[in-house]
Design a binder for this molecule. Structure first.
Ligand SMILES: Cc1ncc(COP(=O)(O)O)c(C=O)c1O
Length: 381
């Protein structure tokens, strides 16, 4: 088909292995399933897939007490939804910031007319439970706490379980940006009492973008009932109503992505379940960090808080990250440039989605070649 080739020629003039921050390479089973002809989102057949996908994701997230929502949006939609639906107008929110995406949550709070109280850490560091406790002690009137589980700009994984415990002990709602962690790091929604935890499809589940997923607690819906102006598109009560009445969404869902999510959750099950899948992610991340250190490079994140999905690396002395990015790309590998305030001093290697051991070998062989070509000194050489 000529028209398809035309598009392909623009997007894929040559093959590239993706080590990106998202969108990431999708699993072959996902891409295959997403080619299916469309069905109506009001049909019985669609409802069966929506229902099955919700139930599978619920089990994966250990979220039996929560409502799992699948909506047409990117992850940021749920940031907005959490604030609009569950924080009173002019209400205060404790926003924890360890990088760019924490900052985005602050902006969402502000732009929706709520008041952010900020707990910010130096880049590369996580928020510690005692720091959160202290901030909550000083600000007893905040209604909710926001936590970036995995900060994609710095490669830091926050200690979510411990942070949520502190926030719940002080009776606050807990909103979790798990965009670059859900599917790769352990999240137990019921046990950790998370009120709204969300992600987008284009990250660790390895699906194309367009679908946002969240687990939402009963408490969030109760608060929503008391907030009159929740907007239309992200009205969580209406979204839940459609889920309960017809296993669908008020507006048209991204059907191919939901099919993709259904397929990847089945792939996970066939691989041996959540534990095996998360171990695969942990081992992959470990391999990437080892490879980086073997090249004499340094990691940006504080030890003990390394991300399972993205490794942020200091530029070698005298070399600019974007140059490494371009040189890698010329050789068939796409990594990610530094992001936000650390964009000039770091580059990033994403390790989400469909990546094989051979891809990782190729990544490091190429990175070594690039660094040597740029005059970097590699240990043992
Ligand atoms: C931690 C984090 N939060 C939020 C977002 C925004 O997600 P989306 O682009 O799906 O809205 C991203 C995207 O990279 C992210 O990494």
């Amino acid at each position: 088909m000529d028209v398809v080739r035309e598009v392909e020629k623009i997007l894929w003039p040559k093959p590239l292995k993706l080590f990106t921050a998202g969108p990431v390479a999708c699993f072959p089973e996902v891409l295959e399933a997403m080619r299916m002809q469309m069905v109506s989102h009001r049909s019985r057949e669609y409802q069966e897939i929506h229902r099955d996908t919700v139930l599978r994701l619920k089990a994966f997230l250990e979220a039996e007490k929560s409502v799992v929502l699948l909506i047409p949006s990117s992850g940021t939609g749920f940031m907005e939804a959490s604030i609009r639906n569950a924080v009173s107008p002019r209400g205060k929110v404790l926003v924890t910031i360890i990088g760019e995406f924490g900052n985005r949550y602050r902006e969402v709070v502000e732009r929706n007319g709520r008041i952010p109280v900020v707990l910010e850490k130096p880049l590369g560091k996580p928020v510690l439970p005692e720091e959160l406790d202290d901030a909550l002690k000083k600000n007893p009137d905040v209604e909710a706490v926001t936590i970036t589980h995995n900060e994609t700009s710095t490669g830091v994984l926050n200690p979510l379980r411990e942070l949520a415990k502190v926030a719940k002990e002080r009776d606050k709602l807990v909103f979790v940006d798990a965009v670059s962690s859900m599917g790769a790091a352990d999240i137990r929604v019921d046990e950790w009492k998370l009120d709204l935890v969300f992600t987008s499809s284009q990250k660790a589940f390895g699906i194309p973008p367009g679908l946002a997923m969240a687990a939402v607690s009963e408490e969030v819906f109760e608060r929503a009932k008391k907030i009159p102006e929740r907007g239309l598109y992200f009205d969580l009560l209406e979204i839940r109503e459609f889920l309960e009445k017809q296993w669908s969404t008020p507006t048209t869902p991204p059907i191919p992505q939901i099919i993709g999510l259904n397929v990847i959750l089945k792939v996970i099950e066939r691989m041996g379940g959540k534990g095996v899948w998360l171990k695969m992610y942990a081992e992959r991340a470990e391999k990437i960090r080892r490879g980086v250190l073997e090249l004499g490079l340094q990691l940006f994140a504080e030890p003990g808080y390394y991300s399972p999905t993205i490794t942020v690396v200091y530029n070698p002395p005298g070399v600019k990250g974007p140059v490494i990015y371009e040189e890698m790309r010329k050789r068939g590998i796409e990594i990610a440039k530094g992001y936000g305030r650390v964009k000039d001093v770091t580059f990033r290697i994403g390790h989400m989605g469909y990546i094989t051991d051979r891809d990782i070998e190729e990544l490091f062989k190429t990175l070594r070649e690039v660094l040597v070509s740029l005059g970097c000194k590699i240990p043992g050489k």
